[in-house]
Structures are given as C-alpha cells and as structure tokens.
Design a binder for this molecule. Sequence first.
Ligand code: SF4
Length: 795
Amino acid sequence: MSEASEERIPAAVRTHCPYCALQCGTELRAAPGGGPPAVAPSDFPVNRGGLCQKGWTAPEVLSVRDRLRTPLVRGADGALAPAGWDEALDLVAGRLRELRAASGPDAVAVFGGGGLTNEKAYLLGKFARLALGTSRIDYNGRFCMSSAAAASNAAFGIDRGLPFPVTDLGAADVVLLAGANPAETMPPLMRHLDRPALIVADPRRTPTAARAKLHLRTAPGTDLALALGLLHTAVLEGLVDEAYVAERTRGFEEARRLALAWPPERTERVTGVPASALREAVGLLAGAERAYVLTGRGAEQHSKGTDTVAAFVNLALALGLPGREGSGYGCLTGQGNGQGGRELGQKSDQLPGYRSITDPAARARVAEVWGVPESRLPGPGPSAYELLDSLGRPGGPRALLVAGSNPVVSAPRAGHVTERLATLDLLVVADFVPSETARMADVVLPVTQWAEEEGTLTNLEGRVLRRRALLSPPPGVRTDLEVLQGLAVRLGEPRAHYPTDPREVFDEIRRATAGARADYSGITYPRLDAGEALYWPCPETGAEAGRAGTTAAEATSTGAHPARDPRPSADLDAPGPQGRSATAEPEPREADPACPAAPEPDATARRPDDTRPEADTTGYPPRAAAVAAAAGGPTATAVPHPGTPRMFLDRFAHPDGLARFGAVEFRDAAEPVSPEFPLVGTTGRVLAHYQSGAQTRRVPALQGAEPEAFVEVHPDTARRFGVVEGELARVSSVRGSVVARVRLADGLRTDTVFLPFHFAGRGRANLLTNPALDPTSRMPEFKVSAVRIEPEPGS
Ligand code: SF4
C-alpha cells in the first residue's frame, strides 16, 4: 500500500486544478459513498471564483475507465501483462544496470514533464544525475516556454513567467498579448483582462482576438518583425521613455539601430499588419499609464523564439514598462508546473534553483546538499528534441524513463520520435493512464495523480502552491517519489537520499535553492498551509519557524506532522488560507460560456471605476520588510521573508541592476512554403483539451465538446484546394500527413491552416511539425511548417 494511503484522508480539501499554469484554486469535497469528488472554485485570486470546463470536469480523470492500477511488463508474446511492483522494479533496475555497464551512464536517459510537482521534478533530476549518473535528462517544458525563459534571463537576469501577480493585470489600461489565446487556454485569466484594452497579435481571430480593441493578424513566423516594427514606430514617434532607458537599461542603441531597419511599410509587407495598426498599437501602449506586454506560445515556439521574445521585451523596455509598478513584461507559462518544473533540475542544463550545471560554485553547492562529491554530477546534456532524436543511435541512449509526458503526441516530428522510441532496448513510462507513449513501453508503472497526492507547484506568477490529497490512491498505485526511491535503492543509492514524503523532499529543495536565483529556502509547508502567498525568491531569514509554528522538517521530527489541510474538514467554509469565505453572498456577473463560474465572493468585487492596482489579497508584510529581510537588515531575524510578488521594482537581477536590450534581427522560418507545400501549417490549443490530450480525451464532456482533430481553413483557401466544411481533409508536410475534419474560419489568414495538437491517431498534428531548433533555447519550430491540404476520400 502506498504510504500516502496510510494517512488520514479528509472529507474536503483546498487544492488546485491539475491542468494549466494558472493553477486555479479549487475546493474538492469527497462524494458520500464514493465516486468522483465534487469540485468548486475557491476564492484563490487568479481565478476569482471561476474555472474553465477542464477544471470543472477534472475529478472525472481520477476514475477513468482505463486508469492504470498495476505495473505492466511486456512479455515474450509482445503484449503488456500485469506484474507485481517488485518484479517490475527489479526488471527495470536490472536492465538499467546492464546497459550502464555495457555502454556507460549516458546509455540511459530521462524525460520529465512540466506537470510534475516541484518535489517530483526535483527528485527526478537528482535520480537521473546520481542514481543513473546520466547527463541525458530533459523535459517537455523545453517545448513550452524555454524561449521566453532564455530571453527573460538575458534581459532581466532571471526568468519568472510573470514577475508580478496576475491580479495586477486587472488595473492595466492596455495589455499586448503576442501569440497568446487565454480566452481558450486559461479562461479565468480573462477576468483580469476585462478592463484593459487588448492588443492581440495572432494569425487567427481567436476568441481572445475577438475581444481585442486591436487585432494584429500576423503572418505565422513574423512576430519578430512585428516587434521590431513596433519599436521602430515608437522611436520615430518619440515615444521611447528616455529617462527610464538611461537609468534602468543597457544596450538600447544597438537595439534601436536594428529596429530602424523596420519602418512600418516594410513591417506591413512582411507581417501583413497595416502600418496604421502598428502606429495605433504603439500609441495605445505608450499612452497608457499602466501597460503590459505578454507573450505566449505563438511568439515563442519558433526557431527564432528567443529573439522574438527579446524583441517584445525590447519594446517593453523602450516604453519603460518592466519594473514599473502596474506595468511590465511577462510570459504566460502553459503547463501546470511549467515554472517549477524548469527551475528545479529536470532541465538538461540546470540544477535546482535555476543554477547552471556548468557553474563550479553551483555544482559544489548542490553536491553538498546531495551529500556527494561534485565530481559525481554529470555535465549538461542535449535538449528535449535532441535527446529524443538520439535514442537508439550509435552512442545514444538505449533506455528511456518517461515521467509525466507523452512525447508520441506532443513532440515535434512525432512520427520520427515514435520510430526512435521503438528502437530502444528499454522504455519505461510512469503515468496514471495508458497514454500513447505508455502503450509503447516495455514497463509501465502506475502512479498517483493530483487529488491523491501531496506536494507543491509553482504557478505562472512564481507563487508556490500546495497540492493536497483528498482521496486514497487506488490499490496497486504508487507515488512517483516511491517509484524513484524503489529504483534508486535497487541501483545502490542510500534509501534516505530519496525521501518519499514530499515534505522532506521540499525541505531538501529549500536547502538546494538557498542563495540561488529561484530561492525557495524561506518557503515551508506550514507557511503555505497557514495561507501565506509566497512567491520566489523567498530566502530563509531564520524566522520561518516562528511564523508558522515549525518548519516541515521540525514538524516531522517532533511528530507534529502538518495535516493535509490545517482546518478540520467541517471548517472549509470558514475563512481559509486565502482569508475569505468561499460561500460569501453571490454577486451577479456576466455569463462567460468559456468559463462557467461559481459566484464570485463579494470580497473580491471592485468598483468598475477603481483603477488602483488590485490589493494584495494575501496579507504579506510591506515591501520594505522584504527588502530589509533580503538584505539581512534589522528585520531579518524578526520576520520570515514575505516572498517577492513583484520583481524588479528597484533593480533587475543582473549584477549592475540594469536590464539588457537584446540585439536582435529578423530571420525567416526554417522551412519556406513551396509549390509542393504552399501553405503555412500552425498548431495550437483548444478550450476542451490540455497538452497531448492523454487526460482530457478520457473525460466524456471534454471529448464530446471536441471529439476529433480538425483543421481550420479560410473559406477562400478551402475553395482553392477543394476541401469542404465538415468533411475530412489530408494535411501533409515533408515529415508526414494527418487527416482532420475541415472547419472554415474567415478570421484566419488565407495562407495558413491551423490544427490543434491534442489528438492522437491519424489526427496527430505533430506528425507535421518542424523540429528546427532555436539556437539558444532549443525550442522547436512548432508554429511554422510548410504544408498542403487536399480532400480525403471517404469523408
Ligand atoms: Fe484548470 Fe482551466 Fe484554471 Fe487552467 S484555466 S487551471 S485548466 S480551471
């Protein structure tokens, strides 16, 4: 039996949605007599009483018909058959030992996921580097926000998706969304975007673009030219904030020189955005008292994604936005723990705390926490696609352990990736459903999922959140931490180095990140359970125990194990961790079909004319205390660090405190259209599904809403290529072809077709996508492939 299942299970808990990076707050209540628990939105500030349809139906994933409940091992007949845990783990460990002995530690590889909790992501990285000794570890977050991370690190000296709380957006006057469609991908976010005028850059007239004051309908792959043209316009029209540029930045002259090559007329020719719209966009942004520039995957998933984001950051810096209260730049991270996943050590070039794996001091520090000599830490490995592409090749990995990812559907050039996976001597997949990747595995290890486990995640704001268990895991299922310990011990590692209690793992995270850029050392489970809103960096001051009773380690050692929820379950309607009642008097609000809402607690109501930044709803001490604590000042031993909801207000994270403009130039997409492939194929997301669809395709309501792959086509394009609304079409690139049902969309450019990437089988959109990589972030070019479209017989 899982250790987790031996603990007391409450009747109700506050936790968070298992899907996207918004991490909407929820209350889960056990169903009397069993069955899926009831879910309702909590009064968490980011969702303000709303959930999207994925969040409302999330409990159904807990009891899907084909939930994995026992390890599976592929037999001599080629079929997966049930096996015991000892048999499965012995087999995996034995074959990993053989492969390492024969070909060295890099013969085994690990592929993680941006949905894993902080504790899982951290222990997976440690397991790979110590128990396996391999440098071959990366994760699917590489496919998500790595370009924005690279650009933010270069510009600001640190990457935190949003360096400000989501609630600040509600007080903005103007928000530019470049390649982001939150009305479908994270609908509750739109509750913070009711007031600002939206400028949306997107080749499609998405639901977000439909709500915009200004839609810049860019040609796919030209966002970089758009950003250069916007900066050019700002320069020409005298809208650059010269004082801010002089005081808070470096490198403007070179960025300005490169942008001056992009006058509005040239930008219009390349992007398709009229020069008048460029001027209007810059005028709106520069004229706003409070404005934000936000990027999403549409701007980031390119072979020039880092430069594209850097160009939007340049625009924001030129207008004086980052680090100004009520304004800024941010990336809308996608996956549930995309932020924590990228900073806690499952990325091939990083150790926990965003420490560089090539930095001797960082290596020494992490080795010390891990209790090993620094020489045991491998160096950097290849990025996600490069790792997948190397599988089974001479000198490449012969075994792969996949945790929380489904690359058969989500990786670029997915047909090729599937072929590489098939060449392995050993494929091991830890998952809770038989995903397309799990079905290829030699060994499948069934693991717990969100409402069955404890842990933390870090949302798109850099706020660390508690995931709490409501249910016992099904018999036969183990936590990922238990799986990692089981394998590590079999590989000769000390059991104590691989704790199965997430609280112990989190305490190790605190030590491993202390003093790092992403510093979690001042964050504890008791502080989170007491309702504190803690955004990293949050360094330890020595006063954490006084704030919330004890640290997690102390609590465990004294037997005062923190309960899953500090309040008795009957008290869930009392003011909870967020300090307000979830059953407050309902307040009518406009219906949002994409985001059916529970009543919004009236404590969150704001007058429409209230333009002040939304109050911190969390009660952290004044910023002066944080600054003093961080500096080791007089309050350092008196109060725990309150965390850092807003970054860069005084200085950026570079040693000189200044932000950096990027020197970026436009370049074309890696694959031009041709007579054989005359259209641009671009991919994205829909409201009903999440990532590879492994979870959401199993939820009847979601599958009913979007049951199959579709291809969006402009009516003129449909006529030109003879495809018909509602019938099937075949879309092909040089890498493969998919069959999808035609959906006409007159808001789409005539040179572009769009496919969602959530579907498997013949609708697997990533069969088309181009793995050309960004030279800095190693992000593949998901957003631009040359394709053709033709009718598919047998519609
Ligand atoms: Fe979940 Fe939807 Fe909220 Fe994302 S926006 S966390 S999917 S409820």
